[in-house]
Design a protein around this ligand. Structure first.
Ligand code: ATP
Ligand code: MG
Length: 137
């Protein structure tokens, strides 16, 4: 059984889409074992996305992530990392498969509704960034 870190991004929380997105995760067999709504500062978003620091969209991405509350969550299930990314769809909604979160809800390649960890090591780091061990049962 695997765990992954998911974020419902500001474009989606603004449009009140948390429940619809969570239903897609649950329908795919992912269990939401931890969840909270927080508002990131730009500095906190910058720390979370530090791997993208040199990318041209970094500043815009951090500003966007701090522009409204986000819902951070831990999803658990068999192959949770890959399964979550499948449900999310491609980064650019124009390339996302029908039925995926990004195909249905994302507004652009930047404002693309969800984040999901991309590997076991990053999942562990990203979960620890937002949650303490006591919050994970
Ligand atoms: P995430 O890491 O959020 O799950 P991802 O792995 O599909 O998404 P990455 O390449 O890791 O995509 O990029 C991280 C985030 O940076 C994207 O989800 C998106 O919000 C933003 N981003 C990526 N590419 C662009 C771009 N060309 N222009 C603007 N924003 C972008
Ligand atoms: Mg990524």
């Amino acid at each position: 059984i695997e765990r992954t870190l998911s974020i419902i991004k500001p474009d989606a929380t603004r449009r009140n889409l948390t429940g619809k997105i969570n239903a897609k995760f649950e329908d795919a067999g992912l269990r939401i074992i931890a969840q909270k709504r927080i508002q990131l500062t730009e500095a906190q978003a910058g720390k979370f996305y530090e791997v993208h620091k040199e990318r041209p969209f970094y500043g815009e991405l951090c500003e966007f992530m701090a522009s409204a509350p986000v819902v951070v969550q831990v999803l658990e299930g068999e192959n949770a990392i890959a399964k979550n990314r499948e449900v999310m769809g491609a980064t650019n909604p124009a390339d996302a498969a029908p039925g995926t979160v990004r195909a249905e809800f994302a507004e652009s390649v930047g404002e693309n509704s969800v984040h999901g960890s991309d590997a076991p090591e990053t999942a562990a780091e990203e979960i620890a960034f937002y949650f303490s061990g006591l919050e994970l049962v």
